[in-house]
Design a protein around this ligand. Structure first.
Ligand code: NAD
Length: 378
């Protein structure tokens, strides 16, 4: 079983394997080829990969040659598809929504592509949960980045020159990223409030020492899907919640938004008017910017100055902590790959009836196989 770890594009600093996981992949029965420079942005040298037992290859073509398994952070680049072996299992964050042409191209190249972000949120798969491992780091990093953009201190300080008030931080969306953002902002000494449409989050927010802010009516009490994700809320709920949030935001120094609904554009929660109501020097950090944004004013990859309020739209926030993000991501991939490999033959033996495989398999045998993404019959 030949396992390939190609380099990502320039926009993606993470890498899908580390020397630690290379050793484990070899113990699983694989030989590992890593593209030269693949780990550079994560502080991992070619030498470190070689020392772990990998071969280091000069380019994507040499790395991918004859590979049965390809470990990636992002979906394969179209230009590299001819280098992939037909039937190769490719594990990556495939970002499949609205990407019909890219999925078709992977199917036609004969790949068995697995979309790691579709992994079910069940106990058995927690160790493979890339959304959680990366969102947790992103939540931490968003607070650090927001603190950098904010021209004031976070904690209350009583000094000989007078008292500095604590920063007020409001977290919108309390999933994995939001919870870590709350914890991080609290550790830095901020006064933290948070909101979410899922009622279960109220207790989680309070257990971290923050205050929960939401319209808690009947619709709110039923707003969680069986899978634990948010539902899209009614117009009426959104109007009431917007009013409450608008009054609250006007008093905040930092707003960090993380609200997502799987497979849909991010809900717009922070209007231009709300940004305008904030004091100059305040910061809005929109973690949903890649999915359309939670804030009307955020722009992907930019820090927008809106009358003195900084609206931060950094892309790939986990990638801003590339070394840690790569190390956790590589472990997630290893854990999933381990389930795809036979302990006896030490070769790929994919059980297509396994619920983890069924949930994540995007393309198979030349076709887009996943029910949510397969072309609809005409
Ligand atoms: P996510 O990234 O999909 O969304 C982030 C948050 O935004 C969610 O909490 C969501 O409720 C919230 N949101 C959506 N619309 C909103 C709106 N209009 N206003 C305010 N907030 C809004 O979430 P996630 O971090 O992937 O977590 C989703 C769920 O999965 C949670 O219940 C989490 O506890 C659960 N989870 C389970 C496991 C596991 O069991 N293995 C692992 C991780 C997460």
């Amino acid at each position: 079983m030949r396992i390939a770890v190609p380099a990502e594009t320039a926009e993606e600093p993470r890498v899908a394997a580390t020397p630690e996981t290379v050793k484990k992949l070899i113990a699983l029965g694989g030989t590992v080829a890593v593209q030269s420079g693949a780990g550079r942005s994560s502080g991992l040298t070619d030498e470190a990969f070689r020392a772990a037992g990998a071969s280091v290859e000069p380019d994507a073509a040499a790395t991918l040659k004859d590979a049965d398994v390809v470990l990636k952070v992002r979906r394969p680049e179209a230009a590299d598809l001819p280098h992939y072996k037909r039937g190769a299992a490719v594990l990556a964050i495939m970002d499949p929504y609205g990407q019909d042409a890219a999925l078709k191209a992977m199917a036609e190249a004969g790949l068995n592509a697995f979309s790691m972000e579709l992994m079910p949120r069940i106990t058995r798969a927690q160790v493979m949960d890339v959304l959680s491992s990366q969102a947790n780091l992103a939540g931490y990093r968003a607070v650090i980045d927001a603190a950098e953009q904010y021209g004031r201190a976070f904690p209350m300080m009583m000094t000989a020159a007078g008292t500095v008030p604590a920063a007020k931080v409001f977290i919108m969306g309390v999933g994995v990223a939001g919870l870590q953002a709350i914890a991080t902002a609290r550790r830095l000494g901020a006064i933290v409030t948070a909101t979410d449409v899922r009622p279960a989050t109220k207790e989680q927010v309070e257990s971290l020492g923050a205050k929960f802010v939401a319209v808690e009516n009947e619709e709110f009490k039923n707003a969680e899907t069986a899978g634990g994700y948010a539902k899209a809320m009614s117009d009426d709920y959104q109007r009431q919640q917007n009013e409450l949030v608008a009054t609250h935001i006007a008093k905040q120094d930092i707003v960090i938004t993380t609200a997502l609904i799987p497979g849909r554009p991010a809900p717009k929660l922070v209007t231009a008017g709300m940004v305008k109501s904030m004091k100059p020097g305040s910061v809005v950090f929109d973690m949903a910017v890649e999915r359309g944004g939670n804030c009307e004013l955020s722009k992907p990859g930019e820090v927008v100055d809106a009358d003195g309020v900084k609206v931060v739209g950094y892309l790939n926030v986990p990638g801003r902590l590339a070394a840690t993000a790569s190390s956790l991501y590589a472990r997630n991939l290893y854990a999933f790959l381990e389930t795809l490999v036979s302990k006896d033959t030490k070769a790929l033996a994919i059980d297509w009836t396994d619920e983890l495989v069924k949930a994540t398999a995007l393309t198979r045998d030349g076709a887009v196989a996943h029910p949510n993404f397969a072309p609809k019959p005409a």
